[in-house]
Design a protein around this ligand. Structure first.
Ligand code: ATP
Length: 270
């Protein structure tokens, strides 16, 4: 198993109960899309898997290591997990090349990590990953001179350079245009498949989730609403997943609230 969560609850420090009894597992090499309305708990779940948030109750095991309470997991485990954030936590004045090479800081000995921050150690490696997200011309650009979508792709180049065994992507293409979003999700899925890595990605673009991922988990109110092969997710399930307060119980969305269409806009993902 790549990860296994059993009866997991999570209360945020302010007391918000964000996850309720989550039981979820994935085999090594699986690709799973997480979908659900805003506030459903997708980021929180990804943060638990990424060892950034300790569960309040329940059992969690990631890449063969049982996560124990609040004790910080070993650096070696964290180096095997890669994260893509909606807004990558990259120092604004950092050069793109340095930001990409930072993907392997956790795997390198301290002297090499430090040296790479001062002088990039692997220009070819950074260039190769930037080329995969069509940013090879930005190798020496400063991160604060990039657009939001370019910065998001730098974060993706960084995790591709890291080559983690478990890749957790939180809305990885939220700032990209539809064509780039499709190409980038496909890149993540194919890269993980080629390396036998597990991919869990939260997506608001339901069509991308259904078209590009074999397995789709719907999260609502911190609970798993469904966990199905993409081909088995129905329109009624999506309507119920995204129904807002005031939506009719029998499926129809409230006036002005539109659940996304389940029909994949893209059919060429795989
Ligand atoms: N640090 C925090 N402290 C307190 N409550 C939090 C914190 N982070 C998230 N929450 C709450 O937990 C719930 C789940 O948030 P989360 O960010 O996991 O949802 P999400 O599904 O990723 O939403 P979105 O699609 O809008 O990014 C929300 O109600 C949110 O307000």
């Amino acid at each position: 198993m790549s990860f296994q969560l059993d009866g997991l609850d999570l209360l945020h420090p302010g007391g918000h109960h964000a996850l309720h009894g989550i039981t979820l597992a994935a085999r090594q090499g699986e690709a799973v899309a997480l979908i659900g309305p805003s506030g459903a708990g997708k980021t929180t779940l990804l943060n638990v898997l990424g060892t950034a948030l300790p569960a309040t109750r329940g059992e969690a095991s990631v890449l063969g290591t049982r996560l124990a309470g609040t004790s910080r997991p070993a650096r070696a485990l964290r180096a095997r997990i890669g994260s893509v954030h909606q807004a990558p936590p990259i120092p604004p004045r950092q050069r793109v090349v340095t930001a990409v090479l930072a993907g392997r800081l956790g795997q390198w000995p301290a002297w090499k990590a430090l040296a790479s921050l001062l002088y990039p150690m692997d220009l070819d490696g950074a260039h190769a990953q930037l080329a995969r997200v069509l940013l090879e011309d930005k190798l020496f650009a400063r991160c604060d001179q990039l657009s939001g979508g370019q910065l998001q792709r730098v974060g993706i180049a960084r995790v591709l350079y890291q080559r983690p065994q478990l890749l957790l992507a939180d809305e990885p293409v939220s700032a990209l245009d539809p064509a780039l979003a499709l190409a980038t999700v496909r890149l993540l899925v194919q890269d993980c498949a080629a390396r036998g890595a597990t991919l869990v990605a939260s997506l608001h673009a339901v069509d991308l989730a259904l078209a590009c991922f074999p397995r789709v988990v719907g999260l609502r109110g911190g609970r798993i609403a469904f966990d199905l092969p993409a081909a088995e997710v129905t329109e009624a399930q999506l309507q119920a997943l995204y129904a807002h307060d005031g939506a009719q119980a029998d499926g129809g969305p409230a006036p002005g609230v539109h659940a996304p269409s389940p029909m994949p806009a893209y059919n060429a993902c795989r």
